[in-house]
Design a protein around this ligand. Structure first.
Ligand code: ATP
Ligand code: MG
Length: 588
């Protein structure tokens, strides 16, 4: 698996500063790594860790990744790449509900597509949190035995009522001081399927008066009779996320555990539970540390899982990979590039304050990377016939178009010219408006890479719509010949030879939402959908585009960037999606 660096080194940020400080201070040099995740004894028997730092990307396999996840992926894998570390691909599958193989596959695909991998130091670092259930259980028994956890038999209502508020302390549970042996016996009964869901739960014993509500004896294990995709019916008790997550990090030797800001208030519990287990010798110092950054909010997009599910289930889009969806499968199909996402992550950086990022920043990153990499092709999206009256019927000749204006090494390709061409409807006006330089009767323009032609008139249907434009060409003016500059013209239009053209389905995608902040204020976000977010047209493309392979990307000159759809294209019959226009049409 290769890891590509983006061309520009990412700017420094507070997380890079923390990593650099830890490297300078040698915070993690004493760590050992046994080659697989495990407890203190397991790692103690291993070698000094070859990875200078360990980060992780820990999605729950319960949905498709979106642009926000791309930020987290680029951040975590990028830090590991830049500081001789490893980023673990970890499926956080401790919740037995809603987890599916389909999501696991699409997540690993997306991470690799973005240019990252988890094979390093001769090992694959792909892990499943559910493989740690045995340790999580053992750690819970240790917490009970050492007086740091107890079984609470209050009802859910009682617990809610005694939790206190932001301004008032909570009240101790009547079960809080029960003997450890009794809690241990009940906990084992919970495990052995002796009690129904909700009958009791295991709580950490911390401080019911803590100003941080997350430290008021948080739940750490609950009864849940559910089949788990990995462990089946082995367990009828499952750890709470806030307890499981720090343990997963510690078992994997993670050094920097990076998450979004809503977990900031959980950090004291994260540290508390790891410290207790280190005291008991189950885990070793140095322990992982949690750091929080602001999640990505992007204008004209919704990133909430629930809203994305609604868009799919209520069929506002054709599926998770609809090219208008902000999912990684959707944006990929739209033609967005992995390089563009990495550039975006570097440009927006990371911060500790929530903010909105303008969608145009993402689009500009895609334009910048596509401008570099996409070959140019010619496409007429709104075709009208142009007939060159003085060009012999049945004849054709080769013109030469550069594949990339800034990269002569990519060469030129042949575009055939003949008597009948397709041009854009908007490149002809019978009665030109002021400043119009393109085709109108009596005016001359250059057919790009071809000849100068003079417009001599047009044909119309009964309703007065122009159906055919007529012109004559000046044979001495062919591009690339000495006579090319003999006549100066202001207009330069693109065209495709009609008998050679490939008639293709082209989808012109636009933003899915028309408001910058969908659903802001009292609005329903569905009312902010852009009703014109896709237009399907039949376009006339240069013949070479017939051979485009799925996911091949091009700039259609004057129009924007397009990609051959990876799903609906067939051999010799590609369908094209507009990725992004050349310029931002939304700027006010
Ligand atoms: P859920 O609500 O189901 O937890 P989630 O979007 O948080 O959804 P996870 O699978 O838990 O999904 O996310 C995996 C990782 O991606 C987490 O570390 C999370 O912090 C990060 N992440 C999710 N959304 C964003 C976002 N908008 N910006 C940056 N990082 C994000
Ligand atoms: Mg989450």
């Amino acid at each position: 698996m290769s890891e590509e660096k983006t061309t520009n080194a990412p700017a420094s940020n507070f997380l890079r500063n923390i990593v650099e400080r830890d490297l300078a201070q040698g915070t993690y040099v004493s760590r050992r790594w046994a080659g697989t995740p495990g407890d203190a004894a397991h790692h103690a028997a291993g070698e000094p860790d070859p990875a200078k730092i360990r980060t992780r990307f820990p999605p729950e396999p319960n949905g498709y990744l979106h642009i926000g996840h791309a930020k987290s992926i680029c951040l975590n894998f990028g830090l590991a790449r830049d500081y001789d570390g490893v980023c673990h691909m970890r499926f956080d599958d401790t919740n037995p509900e809603k987890e599916e193989q389909e999501y696991v596959d699409s997540i690993t695909d997306a991470v690799q597509w973005l240019g990252f991998g988890w094979d390093k130091f001769g090992k694959s670092h792909l892990y499943y949190a559910s493989n740690y259930f045995d340790f999580m259980y053992r750690a819970a028994e240790y917490l009970i035995e050492s007086g740091h956890a107890y079984i609470d038999q209050q009802s859910a209502e009682e617990m809610r009522a005694t939790r206190g508020t932001l301004t008032e302390p909570g009240k101790n549970s009547p079960w809080r001081d029960r003997p450890a042996e009794e809690s241990l016996r009940l906990f084992r009964e919970m495990r052995d399927d002796k009690h129904p869901d909700g009958a009791m739960l295991l709580r950490a014993k911390i401080d019911m008066a803590s100003p941080n509500i997350n430290l008021r004896d948080p739940a750490i294990y609950r009864i849940k009779h559910a089949t788990h995709h990995n462990t089946g019916d082995k367990w009828c008790i499952y750890p709470m996320y806030t307890y499981a997550h720090p343990l997963e990090d510690a078992l994997e030797g993670v050094t920097h555990s990076i998450c979004t800001l809503e977990f900031e208030d959980q950090r004291p519990f994260y540290d508390w539970v790891l410290e207790r287990l280190a005291e008991g010798g189950l885990l070793a110092h140095p322990l992982p540390k949690q750091y929080e950054f602001a999640r990505l909010n992007l204008t004209y997009v919704v990133l909430s899982k629930r809203k994305l599910i609604d868009l799919v289930e209520d069929q506002y889009v054709s599926g998770w990979d609809d090219p208008r969806m902000p999912t990684l499968v959707g944006t990929r199909r739209r033609g967005y590039t992995p390089e563009g996402f990495r550039l975006f992550a570097d440009r927006i950086g990371v911060s500790k304050a929530d903010s909105w990022i303008e969608y145009t920043i993402l689009e500009d990153c895609m334009r910048d990377t596509l401008n570099e990499s996409a070959e140019r092709r010619i496409a007429v999206l709104d075709p009208i016939k142009l007939v060159i009256d003085n060009y012999p019927e049945g004849q054709s000749e080769d013109c030469f178009a550069p594949n990339h204006p800034q990269k002569p090494e990519l060469g030129k390709r042949v575009v055939p010219l003949s008597r009948e061409l397709w041009i854009e409807r908007e490149d002809f006006m019978e009665e030109p408006s002021k400043g119009y330089f393109r085709l109108f009767p009596g005016n001359k323009v250059r057919l790009r890479y071809g000849y100068v032609v003079e417009c001599i008139g047009c044909e119309k249907d009964v309703d007065g719509n122009v159906t055919v434009v007529h012109c004559t060409y000046l044979p001495e003016t062919k591009s690339g010949t000495p006579g090319a500059d003999s006549i100066k013209v202001k207009g330069n239009i693109h065209w495709v030879s009609a008998p050679h053209a490939y008639t293709a389905e082209v989808r012109l995608y636009d933003r899915l939402f028309q408001e910058a902040n969908p659903g802001a204020g009292d609005r329903n976000y569905l009312d902010d959908l852009n009703r014109d977010s896709v237009k399907i047209i039949s376009a006339q493309l240069e013949a070479a585009l017939k051979d485009a392979k799925p996911e091949e990307r091009f700039q259609f000159e004057r129009h924007g960037y397009f990609v051959a759809d990876r799903k609906d294209s067939t051999e010799g019959k590609p369908v094209f999606n507009r990725t992004v226009t050349l310029r931002d049409a939304w700027q006010k």
